[in-house]
Ligand binder design. Sequence first.
Ligand code: ATP
Ligand code: MG
Length: 627
Amino acid sequence: MGYDETYRRSIDEPEAFWREQAALIHWHTPPERILDQSHPPFRRWFVGGTTNLCYNAVDRHLATRPDQLALVAISTETNITREITYTELYREVNTFAAVLGELDVVKGDRVVIYMPNMAEAVFAMLACARIGAIHSVVFGGFAAHNLALRIDDAEPKLLICADAGMRGGKIIPYKPLVDLALREAKSPPPHVLIVRRDLDPDMTLVPGRDVDYAERRVAHEDASVPVEWLESNEPSYLLYTSGTTGKPKGVQRDVGGYAVALALSMTTIFDVAPGQVMFSTSDVGWAVGHSYNVYGPLIGGATSLLYEGLPTGPDPGIWWRLCERYGVRTMFSSPTGIRVLKKQDPSWLKKYDLSALRWLFLAGEPLDEPTATWISSGIGKSVIDNYWQTETGWPAITLLPGLELKPVKFGSPGFPNLGYRMRIIDEQSGADVAPNEKGVLVIEPPLPPGCLTTIWRDDERYVRSYFGHFRELLYSSLDWAVRDTDGYTFILGRTDDVINVAGHRLGTREIEESVATLGAVAEVAVVGIHDELKGQVPAVFATLKQGVTDDPRDVALAMQRRVVELLGGVARPGCVYVVNALPKTRSGKLLRRSLQALMQNTDPGDLSTLDDPNALEEIRAVIARGP
Ligand code: ATP
Ligand code: MG
């Protein structure tokens, strides 16, 4: 069956469709009901079935692939590579689970994990899943305050951290940040479990509170910890959103629906069969890391590569060298990651044997055509844009080459994923827009398996934040989209990224894309700023590629001309600034609202997820000097 038929079936006969997909995973007790929609917009999938994420990711493969690599954790920071088979993974996870048990962590307890991309982060997640504890991985790059906020919300029984992370050869001690965060937190956990990498010789332990994992693990090396069978809809983990638009929300995921969705996606979307290799460059602290560094590939019996290091360290060939060494079939990264490489010498793309590599998936933010073309022709592989959110947990709009490869249209992630009742509606009237007309992307309930079940301990906020925008009960995270006559969906950015110039509504993305067609430009962000005459005009911020020696004033003029040439005079930028770096969240998303606030002297909102506050300060200085 091709995509169209399969998709239609998933929408028209959801219960029959998902009953079949349920067979992709192991159930301790089979579901009694496939779908319960009695309290919309809430829905429950596979009601009454009991299962376990860890069992499906690890135990289930012991009989069929005990000696196959499950996880390869590579660090170009510590220069340590660990190759871990399914049998070894089973042992490590059981040992970790036994230590959790010793620290009184039981089913339903929350465990905050604050670690870089290292093997123990995966062991810790799976160990929590095994015993039914709810993990909440907090991205290791976050400052103490961000960590404290999440601790206050999740109220964990335990915090697990590494002594330190590393970035670009620089050691970043984590433990002092944990100490600070726990001092700030309202109800700090009684214990901190530390996985030492001996990176921070000055690390101090708080007696009675801090526990050294290496010391505890010795007694449990042969442990075998029973699996806690969970009802399909019980919480498996919490994960906070990137905070691009506001305060991060604690997304809650279930067990059965998530496992089934991931299992399905491994073959239909990512085209990775058991025994094949997937390499996602994400951090375990993001949604992609959870789904496609940990649970997806392991549930699918594949080998997962986990990478700690820069895309350019030790040199810009590192990703492709790993693809060659491990015979990676499917790679997953972000447009931001590719734009980092785009600043480098393109000959790095050609140095390695990529014959095993079939697909490069990119997600997280709009993929502009110049970047897509650059990487696709550079490595000679199909590049597949896919659109999703922390909330959805797996792709919402994508091509599904494992099912049927439809032609790639640059600029579009493709079609609704299986089970997603996707519509594009008019913001005001709520009616479906015609093809080629812009509207707001919404999902009609029930959300498919894999998507969030609620916001942690805040059902009311869940309903208000996601279903409260329109008269009808429709899920939306307020992205702006258009569907062409062939059914391809294009994401135009967020609804608050729309600029209204003299009554014309322009997507910041359209303007960014036209600027990006200039060869000298590496990255660009566009925001709307207030204008007496026109209401709003676009302001352009761009970085230039490494090695570009043109006068920034000439490039700025060229950008202005290019926008007018491609989009018409109405889109003419009011000002153009060439800067060294753009403000991004820790997950690499452009924080446009911070630029807008700078330009207009307004409140930028929550900036705690900003990666490098200096970038913003630098831009402030550039603005002060004038365009
Ligand atoms: P917050 O919701 O906390 O403000 P966020 O929306 O950035 O933060 P994520 O869940 O990490 O948090 O990101 C999801 C968003 O990223 C989507 O709603 C969309 O705006 C953008 N996005 C993701 N993938 C794509 C893509 N392929 N094309 C265009 N936009 C994308
Ligand atoms: Mg969002």
